[in-house]
Design a protein around this ligand. Structure first.
Ligand SMILES: [Zn+2]
Length: 333
């Protein structure tokens, strides 16, 4: 991989490559920003740049021995640290092994680097074990922490890193990139592009992932089911059972998103997000009928469930949805 950062990341790239040339790189970075805007991708490009032994002014050559190892994902001086087995927690064993990795000398004579993603997945023991390494880094090492919600990190972790914020691209840039990303595939219509970006809080990579999952259709079907439920045309248990699948976390995130759209209309009268939105009629009805307090309380409840889900290894999906759907039904009383 050579330098192929996204167009909305050039400022961060210039900043860090300048530090490299000035020899002022920190030993730990914390990349923060919304999920789905390419922070991990950026970090991999940075690793390739730093390990390359024939780098041009601001990018890896893509051809030297180090680059070939990086591209083949077999570079012995790089390690990706992430939750094991598709879980959500990075445990202390992973950090111990990382500490060991840093204490061994570099196999290729350059820097030793790890990307740890996402940093909020560190459990307490793991975070404490990492603190020691952040305080006294071994040799020529670099730790790149990536966080989609940096507020959850221990302040002591944050304060030991140089924080680099990644903004969500402008709606125009996000749209341009998304539109151009369907190489050889069917490009979604303008309305679908709007809906995809809407659903993903304008995070282009997330929007792209949603497109590949056919998420729009699923989101729309969920809205139809919710509308039926609110009209008493079906049962909460039927709907919850159908939603009991791998899309669980997405479904919870979408429910939050719908509430945000309704709340925005209710509180500011802003029509931009609701116009043309699937389920527009139902959302407008709820914005009209419910008090801000009711909607905010449902929003908070949904957020709590979402967080519980993220922190649990085996959530009861059906019960969670049933519970939330009953809270939606309460809006109608
Ligand atoms: Zn190279």
């Amino acid at each position: 991989m050579v330098n192929n950062i996204y167009p909305w990341q050039s400022e961060q790239w210039s900043h860090i490559t300048k530090q490299y040339h000035d020899d002022t790189l920190p030993h730990a970075f914390l990349f923060t920003g919304l999920k789905g805007i390419g922070k991990l991708h950026f970090a991999h490009s940075l690793v390739a740049f730093l390990l390359c032994e024939d780098k041009k002014s601001s990018q890896a050559c893509g051809e030297c021995k180090q680059c070939r190892l990086t591209i083949a994902q077999t570079h012995p001086d790089f390690r990706l640290t992430e939750p094991e087995d598709g879980g959500r927690i990075i445990k202390v064993d992973a950090i111990r092994s990382l500490v060991e990795f840093f204490t061994l000398s570099s196999l290729q004579g350059g820097q030793k680097i790890t990307i740890l993603c996402p940093a909020e997945a560190l459990n307490n023991n793991a975070a404490n074990a990492l603190l020691k390494t952040l305080e006294e880094p071994a040799g020529h090492s670099l730790i790149i922490l990536i966080s989609h919600s940096a507020g959850k990190l221990l302040p002591t972790i944050r304060s030991r890193c140089q924080v680099i914020d990644f903004d969500t691209p402008s709606p125009k840039l996000a749209r341009e990139w998304l539109k151009g990303s369907f190489d050889g595939e069917r490009v979604p219509s303008e309305a679908e592009l709007t809906a995809l970006l809407n659903l993903s809080f304008n995070a282009p990579l997330k929007a792209k992932e949603y497109a590949s999952l056919n998420a729009l259709a699923e989101n729309n079907q969920m809205l139809d089911e919710l509308a039926s439920l609110l009209k008493n045309d079906c049962l909460a248990s039927t709907v919850s059972n159908r939603w009991d699948d791998d899309l669980f976390s997405l479904r919870l995130a979408w429910m939050l998103r719908w509430l945000e759209i309704i709340l925005k209309l209710r509180m500011t009268g802003d029509e931009v997000e609701i116009q043309g939105q699937h389920g527009e009629k139902m959302m407008r009805y709820l914005a009209e009928k419910c008090s801000e307090q009711q909607l905010l309380s449902l929003y908070r409840e949904s957020l709590t469930q979402y967080r519980l889900f993220l922190g649990s290894s085996n959530p009861n999906k059906v019960l969670t949805f049933e519970y939330l759907l009953f809270q939606w039904l309460k809006l109608m009383t």
